[in-house]
Design a protein around this ligand. Structure first.
Ligand code: ACO
Length: 334
C-alpha cells in the first residue's frame, strides 16, 4: 500500500522524544546467562549492550516518558493532543490498549487512543495512519509512539534470541503543517502473511493460551528463524526505501540521513550499499540498545534529531522491517 502526498493538509513532524530504562545489560552479562560471547554477538549483529526495564516499569510508562518529551519539543500541551497511537507487540495488557494507559499517564483526556501491532514496522505504520487522519482533517495533531518491553517476552535460556533484544520507547508529534514547514512526503507499507511462522510469539493469544500444562514451555517468548528473516529484511527494506525515494523525487545524494530499523548492523550496511547512500549518512545506535522492535526507529529518529543531524529543509528516509512479515518506509522533509 502506498501513497504520494495528494491530500488537503500537509503533515509535519513537530517534535520527537525517547526514553531508555536505566539498567544496562552488556554482552559480558549475557556470557554469564547463556553460551555466547561478546565476539559472536558483536560480529554477527553490531550489538554491545541493551537496556532492560525495571521491575514495575511497563511499556506504558516508557511510552509516556518518550511521549512527554516529544510533546515538550513540539510545544503542544498534553491537553491539546487529539490522537495517541502506540505501536507495540508487548502491551501492558491484552486489553485495554497501552495507548489508553498512556492517555491517562500523560493527562490527555481529549485524545482518542488505540494500539497497533505491526512488530518492528509499527512506528511507521502508526505514522502513516496518523498522517492520513490529519491530512484528511479528522484530527489536527497526533502523538505516535513505538514502545516495547521485550524483556518480558524473551526466553532468557535461548541464546539465538536473548542477545538481540532490548526495552525502550520513542515518539513523535505529527501536526498540520504550514506550507513553509517540512512534511511527510511519501509513505509505503507492506505485509506478507505467508511468513508469519518466521518470527512470532506463539503463546499467550487465543490460539495457544498459557495454561498450567504448558506454563513451563516458554511459549509466550519470541521465536525467530533469523537467517530467513535476514534475507527478507534486506530485500523488503531496500524496495520500500527505493519506492519512497522515487515518489518523493529524491536522488541518493539528496538524502541527508537514512534512519533504518535497528536489528542488525549487517542488514543496515547491506541496505546502505544497495541504496548507494554512504554509510556515514545512515544512523546507527543498535550497539547501545539492541533491537527494540517498534521503538527502534523512533528512538533513532529522536537521537538523530536531538544531535542536530537533520536540519530544517533536509530530507530523511525512515525504513523498517519486522514480524508479519511487515515493512514500511517514509520520506520526510524536515
Ligand atoms: N552465541 C553464540 N552462538 C550462537 C548464538 C549466540 N548468541 N546464537 C546462535 N548461535 C550459533 C547458532 O547455534 C549456529 O550454530 P551452528 O552453526 O552450530 O548451528 C551459529 O551460531 C550460526 O547461527 P545463525 O542463526 O546462522 O547466525 P546468523 O549469522 O544468521 O545470525 C541473527 C543470527 C543475528 C539472528 C541474524 O540472522 C539476524 O539478525 N536476523 C535478522 C533479525 C531481524 O532482522 N529481525 C527483524 C525484526 S525483529 C521483530 O520484528 C520483533
Amino acid at each position: 500500500m502506498s501513497d504520494a502526498f495528494t491530500s488537503q493538509h500537509q503533515v509535519c513532524i513537530a517534535g520527537t522524544g525517547s526514553y531508555l530504562p536505566e539498567k544496562v545489560l552488556t554482552n559480558a552479562d549475557l556470557e554469564k546467562l547463556v553460551e555466547t560471547s561478546d565476539e559472536w554477538i558483536f560480529s554477527r549483529t553490531g550489538i554491545r549492550e541493551r537496556r532492560i526495564a525495571a521491575e514495575g516499569e511497563y511499556t506504558s510508562h516508557m511510552a509516556s516518558k518518550a511521549g512527554a518529551k516529544a510533546l515538550e519539543q513540539a510545544g503542544i500541551a498534553a491537553d491539546d493532543i487529539e490522537l495517541i497511537i502506540v505501536a507495540t507487540i508487548t502491551p501492558d495488557t491484552l486489553t485495554p490498549a497501552t495507548a489508553c494507559y498512556v492517555q491517562q499517564q500523560l493527562g490527555a483526556p481529549g485524545a482518542v487512543a488505540f494500539d497497533i501491532s505491526a512488530a518492528c514496522s509499527g512506528f511507521l505504520y502508526a505514522m502513516k495512519i496518523a498522517k492520513r487522519l490529519i491530512s484528511d482533517g479528522a484530527f489536527s495533531n497526533a502523538l505516535i509512539i513505538g514502545a516495547e518491553k521485550l524483556s518480558s517476552f524473551i526466553n532468557w535460556d535461548d541464546r539465538t534470541t536473548c542477545v538481540l533484544f532490548g526495552d525502550g520507547a520513542g515518539a513523535a508529534v505529527l501536526r498540520r503543517a504550514a506550507p513553509e514547514e517540512g512534511s511527510i512526503i511519501a509513505t509505503e507499507m507492506g505485509t506478507d502473511g505467508k511468513l508469519t511462522h518466521l518470527l512470532n510469539i506463539p503463546g499467550g493469544g487465543s490460539a495457544c493460551p498459557i495454561t498450567i500444562d504448558n506454563a513451563g514451555m516458554n511459549l509466550a517468548s519470541l521465536s525467530m528463524m533469523g537467517k530467513e528473516v535476514f534475507k527478507h529484511a534486506v530485500n523488503r527494506m531496500k524496495e520500500s526505501a527505493e519506492k519512497v525515494i522515487e515518489r518523493a523525487g529524491l536522488k541518493p545524494e539528496d538524502i541527508k540521513l537514512v534512519v533504518p530499523h535497528q536489528a542488525n548492523l549487517r542488514i543496515i550496511d547491506a541496505i546502505a550499499d544497495r541504496l548507494s547512500v554512504p554509510h556515514e549518512r545512515v544512523f546507527v545506535n543498535l550497539q547501545k540498545y539492541g533491537n527494540t522492535s517498534a521503538a527502534a526507529v523512533a528512538i533513532a529518529l529522536d537521537e538523530a534529531n536531538r544531535a542536530g543531524l537533520i536540519q530544517r529543509g533536509e530530507h530523511v528516509v525512515l525504513v523498517v522491517f519486522g514480524a508479519g512479515l511487515t515493512w514500511a518506509a517514509a520520506a520526510v522533509r524536515w
